[in-house]
Design a protein around this ligand. Structure first.
Ligand code: UDX
Ligand code: ADP
Length: 460
């Protein structure tokens, strides 16, 4: 097969945007067009001011700046981009279904299906179609069936190429991946995609498998990672009652090279667009094959995560004399982790929801999340009216505005800047006793206690 000359990616989100930017950066001879039906998003990708890109990722502005206009283009003309491409990545969102069969568990594939139908309708030459979104196993089969049955008689080769980038480190993950995984049936199509990655990834790190292994590996990788977080979070609760310190336990077990030291940081709970969704998918697939023990085993990772978020909120309420009604609780952080503006499944949302049920006043500061996003996240839960969310929650642009005169501080995201605040000044402005609930084990206990704070951290 000839080297691909034109790549199109449908979906200019957290996955499609950074991935295509790096592919274009590293393959200057390949023309890469990223399309999205969301006009505002495309306009933001085309913004001359690189600080205004629609997603925040360290280092992404430089990559986009180098390739955009040269061989990287962002457009809303989906049909034209499909028509011209040799290879089409599908990188649209696959949220958990909110209706019908599999509600709350299965992935909603309507966006994928719409893409497939559009490709089938428009394509007049052979295409390699690459699934990049996180998908349940055997989606490729559905994709192939739609393309073959509704297309214009052209050939489609389907590849699965799951993404393993983590938000906040997407650019370095893409530049230096542990591995690239490509699943497919056509050796030629696989080779075409291998060539794209070989522009910067050593060949031995590019793993090729059959389609289903590739699809399943993605779910399993995320399930294993999430399981580590739930495992250490389960131990954090045990530490709190026994006097052990979860950081010390993490360090001690992480030194065992068979266990390894990464992903053992106890927290208020994992979030993000992948972990929960992928495990729910795994659980759904296992149940659909009547593998109940397997399904229940993995489901427990999520139940423990839910428990960790609830437990944190309840700890706050209990410590503040069993009532937070009318009290100001400053939230440091809303994103699901540092260095991203993404809030999907963020623990902060669920902790806030719990406290708002008790009529607390929550004042949110996050360096990268907008007020609109915070309200959207809370309104989406449907727990209370949008008016009540706006009555009880305030979002501020200055951290000291959130902290000043608060009854308590809750750290929900591990942004580095929180460590650098003038905590003596914060203490002077806060109500007494001045509580700090550190859901990320970010701040310095000794320093805060010396300043007179009542400091609580997960797992201590
Ligand atoms: C994850 C996978 O890491 C990535 O490979 C996949 O492609 C997409 O899903 P992401 O969700 O972006 O990436 O971030 P990740 O760094 O995995 O963190 C997920 C959540 O777990 C965050 O809320 C993070 O704060 C939490 N976490 C992670 C912990 O609480 N403790 C840890 O030790 C590690
Ligand atoms: P992810 O984290 O998987 O990248 P995002 O929600 O950030 O998810 O991005 C997915 C993007 O895909 C959105 O910008 C959405 O507008 C776009 N999208 C979804 N369906 C289509 C479609 N049929 N055609 C074009 N763009 C689409």
């Amino acid at each position: 097969m000839n080297r691909v000359k034109k790549i199109t990616c449908i979906g200019a989100g957290y996955v499609g945007g950074p991935t295509m930017s790096v592919i274009a950066q590293k393959n200057p001879d390949v023309e890469v067009t990223v399309v999205d039906m969301n006009q505002a998003r495309i306009a933001a990708w085309n913004n001359d001011d690189l600080s205004q890109l629609p997603i925040y990722e360290p280092g992404l502005d430089a990559v986009v700046g180098a390739a955009r206009g040269r061989n990287l283009f962002f457009s809303t003309d989906v049909d034209k981009a499909i028509q011209e491409a040799d290879m089409i990545f599908i990188s649209v969102n696959t949220p958990t279904k909110t209706y019908g069969k599999g509600k709350g568990q299965a992935a909603d594939l309507k966006f994928i299906e719409l893409c497939a139908r559009q490709i089938a309708e428009v394509a007049s030459t052979d295409k390699i179609v690459v699934e990049k979104s996180t998908l349940p196993v055997r989606t490729a089969e559905a994709l192939k069936s739609i393309l073959d049955n509704t297309g214009n008689g052209v050939n489609f080769h389907i590849l699965s190429n799951p993404e393993f980038l983590a938000e906040g480190t997407a650019v370095s993950d893409l530049h230096n991946p542990d591995r690239v995984l490509i699943g497919g049936e056509s050796a030629e199509a696989i080779e075409a995609l291998v060539q794209v990655y070989e522009a910067w990834v050593p060949r031995e790190r590019i793993i090729t498998t059959n389609l289903w292994s590739s699809e399943l590996s993605k779910l399993v990788a995320n399930a294993f990672l999430a399981q580590r977080v739930s495992s250490i979070n389960a131990i954090s609760e045990l530490c709190e009652v026994t006097g052990a310190n979860v950081d010390e336990v993490s360090r001690a077990i992480g030194q065992d090279s068979r266990i390894g030291s990464k992903f053992l940081k106890a927290s208020v709970g994992f979030g993000g667009s992948c972990f929960q969704k992928d495990i729910l998918n795994l659980v759904y697939i296992a149940r659909s094959y009547n593998l109940y023990e397997v399904a229940n085993y993995w489901e427990q990772v999520i139940l423990l995560n839910d428990h960790q978020k609830t437990r944190f909120a309840e700890k706050i309420i209990k410590t503040m004399y069993n009532t937070v009604n009318g009290k100001d609780i400053a939230f440091l952080g809303w994103a699901f982790k540092k260095d991203t503006n993404d809030t999907r499944e963020s623990a902060a949302i669920h902790v806030a929801d719990h406290l708002l049920d008790e009529e607390a006043h929550v004042i949110v500061y996050d360096p990268k999340v907008t007020a609109e996003q915070v309200y959207r996240d809370l309104d989406y839960l449907g727990t209370r009216s949008p008016e009540d969310n706006r009555r009880l929650v305030k979002v501020v642009n200055d951290p000291y505005e959130a902290l000043d005169s608060a009854h308590a501080v809750a750290v929900l995201t591990e942004w580095d800047e929180f460590k650098t605040y003038d905590w003596a000044k914060v203490k002077a402005g806060m109500k007494r006793p001045s509580f700090v609930f550190d859901g990320r084990k970010l701040l310095n206990r000794k320093q805060l206690e010396e300043l007179g704070f009542d400091y609580y951290a997960i797992g201590e």
